[in-house]
Design a protein. Structure first.
Length: 272
């Protein structure tokens, strides 16, 4: 039986992908243009990437952005994993309430979240800058980690935990040698997704950043308002590549996480 690859559904799907990725491809192509505008392609050149590397302010902002994304995703992964464990062990009424509270930051508009954090930090007297951006990024990354880790906890067989306790393992040994290895793909996937969200966030960061601190998304917005500069194209291209690599890493880990973990017996000497 022949497969019809050119069905209306496939054509529609291809059209959607063209509409989504055509502007990105257009941006990437002009980042290698020798001209100064996007009106016409003037030939291949790496001048805009050289200008980007020579821009000390932009390099500082890149370091700030990566530092915030790394710390926010790391701390959010730790807190989110512990939160997922707490939700898993909670009773039914409390479990539903905790899941609803966790999803508030996922469904709320970014503008509302950013404005709420701005009011909150102002009331507490926290100066807007690195600390305020880091705290806000941790807050909206935690629900992402919880949603990534919780399904892995639900997939984990309870007999693994029961077998570990029957072998004399302590609560810490069960957590470190049974539960965490079993849900490790979800933890890593949550970290990658949190890192990507933190790296690309604009709306929330725009509200809580100060005059002496900026991230890539806010800087690109500020420069774009002053006029199109192809150095922005070069920077956006690099950000797109990094985000794409993170997404590929997330899918690779998710695919690997589909394999059932091997049961490792705990030695009696370690359980004592």
């Amino acid at each position: 039986m022949k497969k019809h690859y050119w069905s209306w559904g496939n054509i529609y799907l291809a059209l959607v992908f063209v509409i989504l990725y055509a502007p990105i491809l257009y941006l990437v192509v002009f980042s290698f243009s020798s001209g100064q505008t996007m009106e016409k392609y003037h030939g291949f050149s790496l001048q805009h990437y050289a200008d980007l590397l020579a821009d000390s302010r932009m390099i500082t902002i890149v370091i700030n952005t990566l530092l915030v994304a790394f710390l926010a995703s790391l701390l959010a992964t730790i807190i989110g994993t512990l939160g997922a464990l707490a939700i898993k062990d909670a009773r039914r009424p409390w479990k539903n309430s905790l899941l609803s509270l966790n999803n508030v930051l996922m469904v709320s508009p970014d503008v509302i979240i950013g404005a709420s954090f701005l009011i909150f930090f102002t009331m507490l007297g926290i100066r807007l800058g690195f600390v305020s951006v880091l705290l806000s990024h941790i807050a909206f990354c935690i629900p992402i980690v919880v949603l990534m880790v919780l399904p892995k906890l639900n997939e984990m067989s309870p007999t693994l935990v029961d077998a570990a306790y029957d072998l004399g393992a302590s609560r810490w040994q069960v957590l470190s040698r049974v539960i965490l290895p079993s849900i490790a793909p979800g933890i890593f996937a949550g970290y990658f997704m949190a890192f990507t969200y933190s790296l690309d966030d604009f709306a929330v960061t725009f509200f809580v950043t100060g005059n002496g601190f900026s991230t890539l998304s806010v800087e690109i917005y500020s420069r774009a308002r002053q006029g199109i500069n192809l150095e922005i194209n070069a920077l956006s291209t690099l950000m797109f590549i990094v985000s794409l690599l993170l997404v590929i890493g997330y899918y690779a880990i998710s695919k690997r996480g589909g394999r059932r973990p091997r049961i490792v017996a705990i030695k009696e000497g370690d359980a004592q």
